[in-house]
Ligand binder design. Structure first.
Ligand code: MLC
Ligand code: AMP
Length: 503
């Protein structure tokens, strides 16, 4: 009997009384206590009738119980489907319905709001809150603290993560046990994580970065985490001396640098700072080194593939690059028109192949076939180049996507909502440079002839369907959108025109 993901990341820490999670309130949770809680949660889910292979969707705040739910899913052979807590009920209902989730776990205060959607999809509805509150937590409290791990194969699904698409419809990326495990082990070794490491964990745990990179790497090495509910600058500054490593999106690093309390002395005991999910400006890299003496280690990944490349731990960490393909991962730059591999130095689409690459999109064979080649290479939608030393740089995106504070936003989804508003003829949503989030969302709108729609009213109307982070910071009305001879909106011209809008 085996379950590679559970056994390797969680099970092997059974009985360890050393701390695993250091919490904000000064207490800590040992590996053994964490696993006992995961076992209780696994029993609680099984007692509801959830069976191996079922999807468990969870839109819950970050807490030890939320993390234990991930471990419980691995142990019970369930497919974990974490969701951004910012999503509205409209957005969530698509994920729960599309995935056919057997169980939907939400925040306790949203139970009434979510009960309609649970009823319509037939999913069990349970709640889980921070501080061990909520109906699933109460159910778990009554359960035994050990659970017979369900037998799984490395090729079995471990997680679904939804990623939006250029057509506006989100796709469920199916990740196997081996996808997650191989990447965690590779990264732990490459970044030299050990049981002595203490990771400052301030990322959300509903995306690849916070869950599969930060948590899985720590677990693979047997280390511990200072586990914060969310990014908190003061807490990070005050507690950095207790940590050895940090992972963050570039906004974490620019926010630290903006604070004069962030000094070389505070980072003295740190071993490594890792950045990803969005481009880290070379300027931030340089400023960070000047201030602290540390060179940020930048890596590149995505939901469908986990991590693909990383700058070296030992060796030159080149600012403005994302380093080398990871051991076991093949990466090539290809011509978007022909698919032919391009020479070093040339810009093209980034394609990757390896044990990290997902199995496909849930029930979307055409989308899977369009992005995942039969030979196993995944077309990332990112544009890049490889320099003569083998370092990969990301120079742009072939997909129409905005990255704000590390969250991906697909303009199409927002444009469809704006275009549906009374008095609107059409719209184009773009990302413009933003000092804190990297990019901010801006809507450029054309009104119907003789209509005079109110920007604030449109923003209010769409706010019920869109997470706050996706909502445009402003709507700008124009007479027409610039188009090329093929009739395609030239977003590059709009981005240029409004590049200083959010500065
Ligand atoms: C919050 N807001 C955002 C936002 N985060 N708006 C745009 N983009 C974001 N990322 C909104 C809030 O709703 C609020 O709205 C206002 O901005 C100010 O909020 P804040 O208090 O300043 O934000 P904060 O809570 O500090 O959050 C910012 C952040 C957070 C950067 C810490 O967004 C974050 O943790 N980002 C990490 C995302 C991440 O994990 N990405 C990994 C994806 S995996 P208002 O107007 O109502 O006040 C991936 C693969 C890979 O990409 O390679 O890793
Ligand atoms: P997601 O779909 O949320 O997983 O986001 C993945 C996307 O984030 C990638 O396709 C890239 O466009 C972007 N990304 C991740 N890491 C980096 C990085 N280090 N530099 C630039 N872009 C990145």
């Amino acid at each position: 009997m085996s379950n590679p993901l559970y056994d390797t990341l969680f099970g092997r820490h059974a009985g360890k009384t050393t701390p695993f999670l250091h919490l904000e309130n000064g207490t800590s949770l040992s590996h053994a206590d964490f696993l006992a809680r995961a076992a209780q949660l696994a029993h609680a889910m099984v007692s509801l009738g959830v069976r191996p292979g079922d999807r468990v969707a969870a839109q819950i705040d970050k807490s030890p119980d939320a993390l234990a739910l991930y471990a419980a899913c691995a142990q019970a052979g369930l497919v974990f489907l974490p969701l951004n807590t910012g999503y509205t009920a409209d957005e969530v209902s698509y994920f729960v319905e599309n995935s056919g989730a057997a169980l939907f776990v939400c925040q306790d205060h949203r139970r009434a709001e979510m009960s309609v959607l649970a009823k319509s999809t037939g999913a069990f509805l349970e709640t889980l809150d921070q501080d061990q509150g909520g109906s699933l937590a109460k159910r778990a409290d009554r359960q035994p603290a050990d659970f017979d791990t369900v037998d799984r194969d490395g090729d079995d699904l471990a997680a679904f993560l939804y990623t939006s698409g250029t057509t506006g419809r989100s796709k469920g990326a199916m990740l196997t046990q081996n996808n997650l495990l191989s990447n965690a082990q590779t990264l732990a070794e490459l970044w030299q994580f050990t049981a002595q490491d203490v990771l400052l964990h301030a990322l959300p745990i509903f995306h690849t970065h916070g869950l599969f990179v930060a948590v899985n790497v720590t677990l693979a090495a047997g280390g511990s985490m200072i586990f914060l509910p969310k990014f908190d600058l003061d807490f990070l500054l005050e507690n950095m001396h207790r940590a050895t490593a940090m992972m963050g999106v570039p906004t974490f690093y620019t926010r630290l640098l903006e604070d004069p309390r962030f000094t070389r002395d505070r980072t003295r005991d740190m071993r490594v700072f890792i950045s990803g999910s969005a481009p880290l400006l070379a300027e931030t890299h340089v400023q960070f080194e000047d201030r602290t003496g540390h060179r940020i280690l930048e890596r590149y990944g995505m939901t469908e593939t986990n991590m693909n490349t990383s700058n070296p731990y030992d060796g030159e960490r080149k600012a403005g690059t994302v380093g080398f393909p990871l051991p076991g991962v093949e990466l090539k730059i290809t011509d978007p028109a022909t698919g032919d591999t391009l020479a070093n130095g040339e810009i093209g689409q980034i394609e990757v192949r390896g044990p990290n690459v997902f199995k496909g999109y849930w029930e979307m064979p055409e989308k899977t076939a369009a992005e995942l080649r039969e030979n196993g290479f995944f077309i990332t939608g990112d544009l890049g180049r490889i320099d003569d030393d083998g370092y990969v740089s990301i120079v742009g995106r072939d997909k129409d996507m905005i990255i704000s504070g590390g969250y991906n936003i697909y303009p199409k989804e927002i444009e469809l909502l704006i275009d549906d508003q009374p008095g609107v003829l059409e719209s184009a949503v773009i990302g413009v440079p933003h000092p804190d989030f990297g990019e901010a969302v801006l809507g450029i709108v054309v009104a119907k002839p003789s209509a005079n729609p109110e920007p604030d009213q449109i923003l209010r109307n769409i706010s019920t369907s869109l997470a706050r982070f996706k909502q445009p910071r402003a709507l700008i009305f124009v007479r027409e959108l610039p188009r090329n001879t093929m009739g395609k909106v030239q977003k590059n011209l709009l981005r240029k025109e409004y590049e200083n809008y959010a500065q």
